[in-house]
Design a binder for this molecule. Structure first.
Ligand code: NAI
Ligand code: MG
Length: 372
């Protein structure tokens, strides 16, 4: 397969961890005979410095034409003056919206070797394997805002179509996993949540009768996520609830440096979509892949950042945008094996020797030769 991947390193540790992910993707490409083209563009603070804008038109244009986008992180103290006209984070919101990336997938499966790094008791974490699907382009974050000296409002709006598409995506994922879907809302209070619940119930009954659906109120979900995380498979929820619950869920895994994410839009229909050399089928979807962590300015430039979240984001890219399931599995197995072997960067190494970003990346690449 030939595929064009746009790489947006961004700021802080972004360039260090995306370089690691690209190296691993190149190694997988060599192993399986794929030609991946990598094209670097500017986003965030780096883009502001070079062009004055957090998302230059050339970056968006390249992303639209690509088969997938791999992003590092944006932001940092240099650009965080509250009076600044433009901020790096605007680039991230703008590209998600412009590409229509309405479904944000965050898998959380604590690795046995890293359980000690989580604040949650280890016996609650064994066997946890869940996936949060957060609606990413609607709801209160995008609703009309008003402000006077003494009042403020943020409008939360959803239409049926916005709910249906993200629920369908979550159901499809549940089908490929353990077949269970937990929909999170606040239907006892909010009208948008009542529409969310009705729509979810209807989509599952009509189109996914094989999926086991349960509804949970967001407040009790916040509690259950920590007290019985093993019970969840796929969790689907609206934008703000998902924002909060995914940060909470990240604590199950122990380090921010272990968690990848995928932000997906519609199935690719553009002319440049990657084609499988054997059957000519199109790539599965347009997507943007990034670690869930930020630019970590406190450790940037020192070569000690954990690259696993970015490398695992590369695995999600292969799976969801290019349909390369075996290749994605291969990366995931390699990362799992190096964690088993105790190849820990400083964020994971409670005591003992911590490896550098480069050593961790090389260990994964070496392991690939054994796993695939
Ligand atoms: P952060 O995620 O950058 O860092 C939080 C803590 O985790 C720091 O101590 C950092 O050193 C550590 N950490 C994060 N990733 C790590 C890795 N891969 N390996 C080892 N340690 C790691 O969050 P923070 O400090 O709140 O934000 C820093 C900047 O990043 C801000 O400008 C923020 O706006 C931006 N940010 C960007 C995001 C994105 O681009 N998607 C997401 C979150 C924050
Ligand atoms: Mg957040």
């Amino acid at each position: 397969m030939h595929a064009d991947i746009v790489v947006l390193p961004g700021d802080g540790i972004g360039p260090e961890v995306t370089a690691a992910a690209v190296e691993v993707l190149r190694a997988v490409g060599r192993r399986y005979g794929h030609a991946f083209g990598f094209h670097e563009h500017l986003i965030g603070g780096a883009a502001i410095d070079a062009t004055g804008e957090p998302l230059p038109a050339a970056t968006l244009e390249a992303a639209r034409r690509a088969d997938a986008v791999l992003l590092g992180a944006v932001g940092g103290p240099k650009w965080s003056d509250p009076k600044a006209a433009v901020r790096p984070e605007q680039g991230l919101l703008a590209i998600r919206k412009a590409l229509g990336l309405y479904a944000n997938l965050r898998p959380v499966a604590p690795h046995p070797a890293a359980l000690g790094a989580s604040p949650v008791k280890p016996h609650l974490l064994t066997g946890v394997d869940l996936m949060v699907v957060r609606e990413l382009t609607g709801g209160i974050y995008f609703g009309e805002k008003t402000r006077t000296a003494t009042t403020a409002s943020d409008l939360c709006e959803y239409d049926v179509g916005e709910i249906e598409r993200v629920v369908r995506r979550a159901c499809t994922l549940a089908r490929s996993r353990r077949g269970k879907l937990t929909s999170v809302d606040k239907a006892n209070v909010l009208e948008t949540s009542r529409l969310w619940r009705e729509t979810t119930t209807r989509v599952v009954a009509r189109e996914f009768p094989d999926i086991q659906l349960e509804h949970q109120l967001v407040d009790s979900m916040a509690m259950h996520l920590l007290s019985r995380p093993r019970e969840y498979d796929v969790i689907v929820t609206e934008n703000m609830f998902g924002d909060i619950l995914t940060d909470e869920a990240s604590m199950l895994a122990g380090s921010l440096g272990l968690l990848p994410s995928a932000s997906l839009g519609e199935v690719a229909r553009h002319a440049g979509a990657a084609r499988d050399a054997t059957d000519g089928s199109r790539s599965a979807t347009i997507g943007l892949y990034e670690p869930i962590h930020g630019s970590a300015p406190d450790i940037a430039g020192r070569g000690i950042a954990n690259p696993y979240a970015a490398i695992l984001s590369g695995a999600l890219l292969l799976r969801h945008s290019l349909g390369l399931e075996d290749e994605a599995d291969c990366i995931e197995k390699a990362v799992s094996a190096v964690l088993d072997a105790g190849v820990f960067t400083a964020d994971l190494a409670a005591s003992g020797r911590a490896v550098s970003t480069r050593e961790a990346t090389e260990a994964v690449i070496e392991q690939l030769q054994l796993e695939c």
